[in-house]
Design a protein around this ligand. Structure first.
Ligand SMILES: *Cc1c(COP(=O)(O)O)cnc(C)c1O
Length: 231
């Protein structure tokens, strides 16, 4: 099942790239493995998957220990400040920075270890009350604040689009995130690179790729539905 799922997602991403005149290698597929047991991640690993996304610190740290070291781990979920220290040296990218205080903690822990940490800023494009993320109008000031931290590199932006029946309904959300990233890039802030747009999940990643996503986060589409009762 996993093999077929992966092949289908790959095919869809390639098709979306083609429609948009983009290169397939400019889009990274993140296999979102939250709640899934290590054996299923191993199965995906054996099929060639090397980039995994998790949303809980403990789960990410446990899976990190249990699986091969050439896996690139992405922290995609809300991150509490007191847990930064458990994953800071295990992840390739933190997608979910949404407060200056969290950035401060990342800076402090990174400085202690003498490492530079790559982050994305989570933006609440659609203004949903239930979601974390910086409001678009507060983004420019927030970027300037975070750019001051020498052990942090702002690589781009991330958004979690609303749940919609028709993925086309999220096209304006993805378009807005891309525009925000272009506006910031034009300001040429030190330490801020803006080469990553993390947007699109199982229900809407094709539209996200058409709108410029460089990372798509696909869980259900690869591993099947999640059983939250088991974890
Ligand atoms: C769970 C999750 C995903 C994957 O969701 P699917 O709909 O299963 O593809 C993507 N991004 C974030 C932040 C998530 O928490």
């Amino acid at each position: 099942m996993l093999k077929e799922n992966l092949a289908l997602v790959e095919k869809e991403i390639a098709a979306a790239c083609k429609r948009a005149g983009r290169r397939r290698e400019d889009v990274t597929l993140i296999a979102v493995s939250k709640t899934k047991p290590v054996c299923e991640l191993k199965e995906a690993y054996d099929l060639g998957v090397r980039v995994f996304g998790e949303n809980k610190v403990q789960e990410l740290a446990d899976k990190y220990e249990a699986l091969p070291k050439d896996i690139r781990w992405h922290m995609i979920g809300h991150l509490q400040r007191n847990k930064v220290k458990y994953i800071i040296d295990k992840v390739e990218l933190i997608h979910s920075v949404d407060s200056v205080r969290l950035a401060e903690t990342i800076e402090k822990e990174a400085a202690k270890r003498d490492i530079t940490v790559n982050i994305l800023i989570e933006v609440n494009v659609a203004g949903e009350e239930s979601k974390f993320g910086i409001a678009p109008k507060e983004l420019p000031a927030f970027v300037e604040e975070v750019a001051k931290f020498p052990h942090i590199r702002v690589q781009g932006l991330m958004t979690i689009a609303p749940f919609v029946e028709n993925s086309e309904d999220n096209r304006p959300v993805f378009e807005s995130l891309r525009k925000l990233s272009v506006d910031i890039k034009d300001k040429k802030v030190d330490n801020v690179i803006m080469r990553v747009l993390s947007m699109g999940m199982t229900n809407d990643y094709s539209v996200a790729v058409e709108e410029g996503a460089t990372m798509v986060r696909v869980g259900t589409g690869i591993f099947g539905v999640r059983d939250y009762g088991r974890v």
